[in-house]
Design a protein around this ligand. Sequence first.
Ligand code: SF4
Length: 196
Amino acid sequence: MENLVEQLEEVRQKCLNCNKCSLAQSRTNVVFSAGVPNHKIMLIGEAPGYWEDQKGEPFVGRAGQLLDRILNSVGLSRQKDIYICNTIKCRPPKNRNPLPEEKEACAEFLLAQINILRPKIILICGNIALNTMLPNERGITRARGRWFDGPFGSKMMPIFHPSYLLRNPSHEKGSPKWLMWQDIREIKKEFDKLNC
Ligand code: SF4
């Protein structure tokens, strides 16, 4: 584990000083990761929003609180179980979608995080992460809830982004929130099978 932490720290230091794309000019903080480095489960989000940029941590603010509630509902938490990062490490101005050249410039950091951790389960959270990890899939609504083969023998599941769930608060059967709760139970079943 120490080795993982050291390797990630090396990448983080490089990322903190990165000026490879224009987002370096407008960011407040680089947002590298949260949670626990481990070989079990990693969640890949989209790009930092306002609060992430302010605090230098992914999934803070209301979306982060909802993510924590979803994880906690099956006994998982960012404090003990899951490594969390984003596809893009600096906030795009006014929360616009990252440009292709920004995604390309930033890919080395996400690839390094995956390469170092080699997680058995990867959760792909939202459309930007989906486009990066599964570019042939046609949107999170169709792809969510299914297992896909991922790097290094991992299993990947796309899931809704909590920001989307905040905009769609219904809990009715078939609603995005209801589907999210089905997905997290399925993820927990797979997590419980892991022995690493
Ligand atoms: S978004 Fe990524 S590539 Fe662009 S400056 Fe930030 S860390 Fe570097």
